[in-house]
Ligand binder design. Structure first.
Ligand code: GLY
Length: 391
């Protein structure tokens, strides 16, 4: 894919700037260890500071993921020690099914337990991640061929999947590799194919959620939950689509994933403001008085690096160049440099903004968001070295 927008408004970040940003971010992670070893970070900050919470949110895997990235970046055993304490907490969570009645097992168990198993051979991490994969496939709906995102299984008002789930699928591919049992991979492949068939509009933009017919299994309609309205483009949904398609292509290299990656990326690019960090919904652009979602830029940067690693050649250079531009803006304008203003890594994320046309609970508007911090550090990691992904 050739990226259409030729005159990028932001320069690519240099290696030295990446190294400086990593140093600042890892120092912040280190500073946070005392508060978040036995408790987790809330999904989003409050006035730019994360409160500590129990391990019962869908987002609790991201902070441990930052700890594992910091371990890889420094080799400092303090990060490994804390990461392995987190593993015990995540094992307890899945063994006792604490707030696990949803599809976000990949977000929870990939950057925590798979990371711990990959990096230090933590067997409890392996066990917990396989249990999480078992839980995830329980949410598979054969009628419609998708993993149900939320709510009681089969409930008519929740007979749907969401675009974000593409990031939960790598847990299933991993579980098949680990166990030799194809059942996880089969469901991941089917779910990804259903997503590709329904969730993308002809212009490459996305529906956040998609309802299926519980009787016929046919597609019913796209709807938003966290975007501005059903026919707008929620920035983070588009970001999940871009990174999710790259991961789908990695694990199941069908050309249609690569092709849709190009279309989804092209759409995302055409709706960016000058500093390349999207407004929370891409219905908004320069001149609108609306918050940004910095996390979307970080997620897309990771997706670009992932696809670059797979395809190689000139396209890879183009994708990495673009990732460097997103990161330049995030590092220069959005990243926290002074711990007195925030205990997060990146400012100006948006979790859920209520509008007259969506059903979300307003939370974390113009705040740090835990996945934004995680993917920011993952993108810096990916641009600084060859990285073996947790996903
Ligand atoms: N997966 C939910 C979100 O991105 O807010």
């Amino acid at each position: 894919m050739t990226i259409q927008q030729k005159a990028f408004p932001v320069a690519p970040i240099t290696d030295a700037e990446i190294a400086g940003a990593i140093e600042i971010a890892v120092a912040q992670v280190r500073r946070n260890l005392p508060d978040f070893t036995f408790r987790m970070q809330n999904h989003s900050s409050v006035d730019n500071f994360y409160p500590a919470v129990d391990n019962n949110q869908w987002t609790c895997g991201f902070w441990p993921g930052e700890v594992w990235l910091s371990y890889e970046l420094t080799g400092d055993k303090v990060f490994r020690h804390v990461g392995q304490i987190h593993v015990q907490d995540f094992l307890h969570r899945i063994e006792n099914r604490i707030a696990t009645d949803h599809h976000d097992m990949g977000f929870l168990y990939s950057p925590t337990c798979i990371a711990a198993y990959m990096l230090v051979g933590d067997e409890d991490g392996r066990k917990a991640a396989i249990m999480a994969a078992d839980q995830l496939i329980e949410r598979y709906q054969p009628v419609g061929r998708f993993i149900q995102a939320w709510g009681e299984m089969g409930a008519a008002d929740n007979y749907r999947y969401i675009i974000d789930c593409l990031l939960n699928l790598p847990l299933l591919y991993w579980a098949s590799r680990e166990t030799g049992d194809e059942k996880y991979r089969d469901i991941a492949r089917i779910h990804a194919a259903t997503t590709l068939a329904n969730s993308f509009r002809p212009d490459g933009s996305t529906f956040h959620t998609f309802f299926m017919d519980p009787v016929t299994g046919g597609p019913v309609r796209g709807a938003t939950q966290q975007g501005y309205r059903d026919d707008s483009n929620w920035a983070r949904g588009q970001a999940w689509a871009i990174y999710g398609l790259a991961l789908s292509y990695r694990h199941d290299p069908k050309p249609e994933y690569l092709e849709m990656f190009g279309k989804a990326l092209a759409f995302f690019m055409t709706r960016l403001p000058k500093d390349m960090v999207p407004f929370w919904d891409q219905i908004f652009t320069d001149g609108d008085d609306e918050p940004r979602d910095s996390s979307s830029a970080a997620i897309v940067a990771c997706g670009l690096c992932e696809m670059a690693d797979i395809v190689g050649g000139a396209a890879a250079e183009e994708y990495r160049d673009l990732a460097r531009r997103f990161m330049k803006s995030l590092v220069d304008i959005y990243a926290v440099k002074d711990p007195k203003i925030s205990n997060g890594l990146v400012l100006h994320g948006t979790y859920s903004k209520k509008t007259p046309f969506n059903n979300c609970t307003p939370e974390g508007v113009d705040e740090c968001v835990s996945w934004g911090d995680y993917y920011y550090l993952e993108a810096l990691m990916r641009l600084s070295r060859n990285w073996s992904s947790y996903w």
